[in-house]
Design a protein around this ligand. Structure first.
Ligand code: PEP
Ligand code: MN
Length: 346
């Protein structure tokens, strides 16, 4: 159930209604927009009638039932797009497209600093790099772990770029949060609810990748776990889903989900064409298409020598290819009123 208050409702009235709703045993979710205040009621709202809600105050404009199972993530509860701020950079529908770039895994100090400087000079705002890697085979490179976090901190120092890195295990949250500006939850952990609940208590934004076979509702309910546990800063990342034909691409990149999400949620949206296609030759076209579809951000894998990468080399761009891509990204973003991208001062 949501209660929309009239424009100019005094804050004392908002407080009063909030208190009554709490006395009714609902958890109120308040969203203050430029025109209206929206009060979302969380709990079993079948016990309260619309007319009871209208009777709360003459300032009540509209009362609506929300049938969706996700509430805090929904546009009904929060009509205006959310901006997630990362080191002074805004991510969201009202802002220029931002780009996260870097290697799949942090391999050495030299390679991560070199890549950071290269992607920074091409216009990326965030550096990505895995310290803890979720690999399909236990015999494949698992990431350098905590020591790689120190290298990411070094790369941030050298480049000024904000750091995005994955947390796979609840036990590593404190260490990862010490270095990361954004904590990534990988596709394989999207439904690790105990991890999501703990990330709800972290004071850093969470990048929630879509699970390999997750429906949109399952994905938004996973985001709801983080929001419900107290962290309002969640970015959704489409990275391709499983399908019947994966002979030519690693996954099926669901670009239609971008405008779909826009109707359902206020949370910022990112698209990852590298994991989505698995092949570097398709990254450019899918990046540009993602901007046209309305994404707020892109995630691109970049490696100094993709052929020698310890993970995901086939889908990684060289720094030179990334520079060329960024020129196209700037043009297309401009075309859709989502440029120019702000440059970060080092
Ligand atoms: C990654 O970003 O390197 C990664 C492992 O992504 P995903 O969880 O989408 O497979
Ligand atoms: Mn990868």
């Amino acid at each position: 159930m949501i209660i929309v208050l009239k424009q100019g409702t005094p804050s004392e009235v908002v407080d009063e209604i909030t208190q009554i709703v709490k006395n009714w045993s609902f958890e109120p979710h308040i969203s203050v927009g430029s025109a209206h205040v929206v009060l979302g009621l969380i709990g079993d709202t079948s016990v309260v009638s619309e007319s009871q809600c209208y009777g709360l105050s003459p300032f009540v404009e509209k009362v609506m039932r929300v049938e969706k199972r996700f509430k805090r993530a929904s546009r009904e509860f929060h009509p205006e797009p959310t901006t997630v701020w990362v080191r002074g950079i805004p991510v969201g529908a009202d802002h220029p497209v931002v780009v996260v770039a870097g290697p799949c895994s942090v391999e050495s100090a030299d390679m991560i600093v070199e890549t950071a400087l290269a992607v920074k000079s091409a216009g990326a705002q965030f550096l990505r790099g895995g310290a803890f890697k979720p690999r399909t085979s236990p015999y494949e490179f698992q990431g350098h772990g905590e020591s790689a976090l120190d290298l990411l901190a070094e790369a941030r120092e050298a480049s000024g770029l904000a750091i995005v890195t994955e947390v796979m295990d609840s036990l590593d949250i404190i260490a990862v949060a010490q270095v990361a500006d954004v904590l990534q939850v990988g596709a394989r952990n999207m439904q690790n609810y105990s991890l999501l609940k703990k990330l709800g208590q972290v004071d850093k934004p969470i990048l929630l990748k879509r699970g390999l076979s997750a429906t949109v509702n399952e994905w938004l309910l996973a985001a709801e776990y983080i929001l419900a546990a107290g962290n309002p800063n969640v970015i959704l990342c489409e990275r391709g889903i499983r399908s019947f034909d994966q002979q030519y691409t690693r996954n099926v990149l669901d670009l239609a989900v971008v405008p779909v999400l826009r109707t359902l949620t206020h949370l910022p949206i990112m698209v990852d064409p590298a994991h989505g296609t698995g092949k570097s030759q398709f990254v450019r076209s899918m990046s540009l298409a993602a901007i046209a579809a309305g994404t707020d951000a892109l995630m691109i894998e970049v490696h100094p020598t993709p052929a020698k990468a310890l993970s995901d080399g086939a889908q990684s761009l060289t720094p030179e290819q990334f520079r060329e891509l960024m020129a196209d990204v700037a043009q297309v973003a401009h075309l859709f009123d989502r440029g120019p991208q702000p440059l970060v001062a080092v």
